[in-house]
Design a protein around this ligand. Sequence first.
Ligand SMILES: Cc1cc2nc3c(=O)[nH]c(=O)nc-3n(C[C@H](O)[C@H](O)[C@H](O)COP(=O)(O)OP(=O)(O)OC[C@H]3O[C@@H](n4cnc5c(N)ncnc54)[C@H](O)[C@@H]3O)c2cc1C
Length: 393
Amino acid sequence: MAGAGLRIGVVGGSVAGCAMAIAGVRAGAEVTVYERSHGALEDRGFGIVVPPPLHAELVTAGYVDSAMPTAPVPSRVWLTREPGQRSARELARQKAAVTPCHWGLLWRTLRANAQGATYHRGRPVTEVLRHPAGGAVIRTAESAQRYDIVVGADGPRSVTRAALAPQVRPVPAGYLVWRGTLPLDRLTAHRRELELVRTAWITLGFRGGHGVFYRIPGAVEESGLLAYAIYGPPPPPSWSAGREEYVRRIAEEHFPAGWAEIVGRGAHTSLTCHDVADFHVPRVAEPPFLLAGDAASITRPHTASGATKALQDALCLERALRASSSAAEALSRYADERSDEGARLVALGRRLGHAMVERTPDWAAMGPAEIAEWSRATLDGAGSYLYGSVQRQ
Ligand SMILES: Cc1cc2nc3c(=O)[nH]c(=O)nc-3n(C[C@H](O)[C@H](O)[C@H](O)COP(=O)(O)OP(=O)(O)OC[C@H]3O[C@@H](n4cnc5c(N)ncnc54)[C@H](O)[C@@H]3O)c2cc1C
């Protein structure tokens, strides 16, 4: 087993970093994590959806505690606003099981299960570089330490990626995503919407974009939270309020009344806005470097796969370390398995983005058969747990 006795340095201590640390420790390595942030990462209070079989695998393997609360639902409901009215029309209902999690609770359980690693908080890595005698050095303001393997789990602006694939740059999609969360116990006036999210996750289509709504457990809110991601165009130049505020205008113009009120006037616990962009590194490991999570690739979030991929990266690293006789062989196995996945997800995210934001269909003209056929055409043979029963057999 290649892992035994190896020294692994991990840059970044978020979802990917903690999961990679667990993988290394389980394979017998001595692991050190460097996290730039001083603050508590568990405060990042957004929703994350993962495939139910992956959640089960992570619990069995000891990465995630079975006690971590989740809010699984078996179905997906497609909605749009009834033309000329303010009511909602249900377009389709499909089997598409997901396991929604609270980002902060997921991080917390991964962090707790990475206890076997040394975890440095508030320790930004300034540089990673190859050592002439083998391995690589992680440099911080305080130290320069040599490792057999350096894992870059340092997100979109990774310093590790700069050493492995400096030519790779994010490609902007040209539209935005707003992410928000609201306590469910403050939404009691929205009985119909609450009933829906108890049994399904929601896709709400409108001209020029769509929104996704689902229930997640709360970190402190007993009732749990309603989480959403809404994709749409940036505000016009005449818009004088902040970008975050523009989501209220989108909701007001395009959403059925109940959903518009939730987004427009609901008591948010978090609301943020990002540019959507993507990239992938052609080969995600080359000794002594390895990239994981968002450092290796970012897909447009319509695939709900970034954290999912980071967790699968970790499971893959553990398998590769166990099955190989050297660090170089383990990294080569990892690169063979994970590089194509990043490319596949970027391509899928672009197809979904074109179909669901850039060239939206006439949602109101669609029913179950049209949604299923349009979904199959958009997937174009690719698998996605979000499309469950709709995919080609
Ligand atoms: C709108 C939206 C919805 C999403 N929904 C889903 C979903 O439903 N399901 C899903 O699977 N994924 C989803 N994702 C993707 C998911 O959130 C990310 O892919 C995932 O959180 C990435 O984790 P990471 O650890 O790779 O990166 P990050 O969380 O960005 O962590 C990188 C860490 O590295 C640290 N760092 C950076 N530079 C340095 C340095 N120089 N030295 C030390 N530390 C450093 C940072 O402080 C940070 O803690 C979504 C993303 C968006 C934008």
